[in-house]
Design a protein around this ligand. Sequence first.
Ligand code: ADP
Ligand code: MG
Length: 685
Amino acid sequence: MDRNTSVLELKGIGEKTQKLLAKLDIHCVGDLLAHYPRDYDLYEEPVKIAQACSGSVCAVYVTVVGIPNERKVRSLHILNVDVSDSSGTMQLTFFNMPFLKKVLKQGGYYLFRGTVQARGSRKIMEQPKLFPLEEYRKQEGCLIPEYALTKGLTNQTLRKAVKQALERCEFEEEYYPPELLTACGLIPEREALETLHFPREREGLLEARRRLVFDEFFSFLYLLRRNRQTSEGLKNRFRMFETADTVRFLERLPFPLTNAQKRVWQEIKNDMGSPVCMNRLIQGDVGSGKTILAVLALLMTAANGCQGALMAPTEVLAAQHYETVSEYVKRYGVCFRPVLLVGSMTAGEKREAYRQIETGEANLIIGTHALIQDKVRYKALALVVTDEQHRFGVRQRERLAEKGEDPHILVMSATPIPRTLAIILYGDLHISVVDELPQGRIPIKNCVVNTSWRPNAYKFIAEQVAQGRQAYVICPQVEEGEMGDLENVVDYAEKLRCALPPDIQVAFLHGRMRPADKNRIMEEFAARSIDVLVSTTVIEVGINVPNASVMMVENAERFGLAQLHQLRGRVGRGEHQSYCIFVSAREDLETMERLKILNRSNDGFYIASQDLKLRGPGDLFGVRQSGEFSFRMGDIYGDAAVLQLASDAVEKLMAGDPKLELPKHRALGRRLAQEAANSVDFRSI
Ligand code: ADP
Ligand code: MG
């Protein structure tokens, strides 16, 4: 059994489980091993009731006082039990567990573990787990991995499958040369995987994680550096000059460019007219107006008789860009002949798009990664712009080079990155910064609240909708049960329909819907036939609906601040006062302090750096900060030191043996080639 063996070969996995695993993109043993836990549960020492904080998961060792109280609400059986210890009392609530009435004896001592909630001055636990004391003591201090799941698949099933995979998979030899392993202080891959999935203690876990994060960064940076060698100083085959088209377009736009936009536009023009190919990154906070710069560069390309391509990480965003550009054609008569090319189009539609691209009938091609597939032949591709996904940019450049095209490259990014990291991650690009927001934006009003504030939030949303505005509500998961008891899009939308006046249109959107459905929902939202959109973070990238004025985020404690900042960037894009409501299900001081940073600043750069400061070095399994650099586990901020280490190792390796031809580098070469082939990790949202 090796990494490519199908999961069906594992004992206990039949077609049903296979289908569920496929939903999580797990097909072979290797995928299973790379399905890293998203968190760990630690069975801590039991606490006194008085010490059990609302919102936290605790174990209490208590005695039953009073007689359990039983109720039935429709088909739901509810059992309430009062318990106490020397410090206080607490109420436990169980659903559909009538047998517990007999098990829990008045005066008996039991250990319960669950999430503590406050109801007024009372503390309660809903559906806690009951443990025999010795059983609990055995697990105390153990880290239990928690995997991302899907409905119908339990953590237990996944754990068993991973265990088998680890036992039966034959691992290749270690692929890093021994001196690299020692110099970087890395443990063997197999040990790392075993520890990550079945950790004994925290120390080892950090070591394991470090090795796997290093691997991710290493292969990414290797690809990046190899690219740099081919793209640096590349001759400009498409020297272009500004024409009346862009000048006229700028005159007709309803707003003047900001000074920052003007400066970057000048830099782009210089690049495209110079003897070497453009290779430029535009970095700018959400809402700084990067799209217009891409449009200008693409217009200059079209006016010079060439083709330009604009790639987005999601179909939703691609469709939106297509709409924007088509609107410019209609309104300002610009010389674009745009065509959309996305995965969800029918074979016939795609064929027609390919034809227009090959004949040059289309001079602006907008889409997702479908744009770089083998079937696409360009007539004269002179410029490729990628929006909001840097990794996508790197891989795509390689693919285009393989196809013999050397277009200008423009990468647009909203991820704020400190200089030291930018040198590593963007080492091959010239950087332009749009460090100024368009004038006249009204600052967004923020609030950080707990869940009891929801009724006010709903009332507020209803008022905004009555004034003609729209709202987003973000939940961390798609359906119930994937990640514990977090809010989910499907149920939440239903809940909102009941809580809001009936004439308010509520719809939901998530990454697992069919692309065509996602596009339809987004179009309806843009056209205002939907008032409130309940969504996962699918909408975090790039979406521009200036009429939306409210962004409400549920379980805000589960998101990184940089990500929350991106979400916030979806509102405050028009002339209306906009509002952000961050709802936290946890109320401990630390969580609230962290979220309140969002109140203090609107600067993505500052926010990302503060978030980092607040997270301790052991706090590495929390939230991912940047979707744009979608590493499996590595976090460009939190793992900056490992990133630096991997970068140095790649530099050193490439200085001595750039093509990895020495015998001691062959295993590594094979591994990286395999990684590159498998790394078509374009997100399917
Ligand atoms: P981002 O940088 O996040 O991609 P967008 O390009 O989507 O931002 O721009 C956000 C909004 O700001 C759009 O509605 C756009 O039309 C508008 N905008 C862009 N530049 C200016 C400007 N100079 N003045 C006023 N509004 C602008
Ligand atoms: Mg954008």
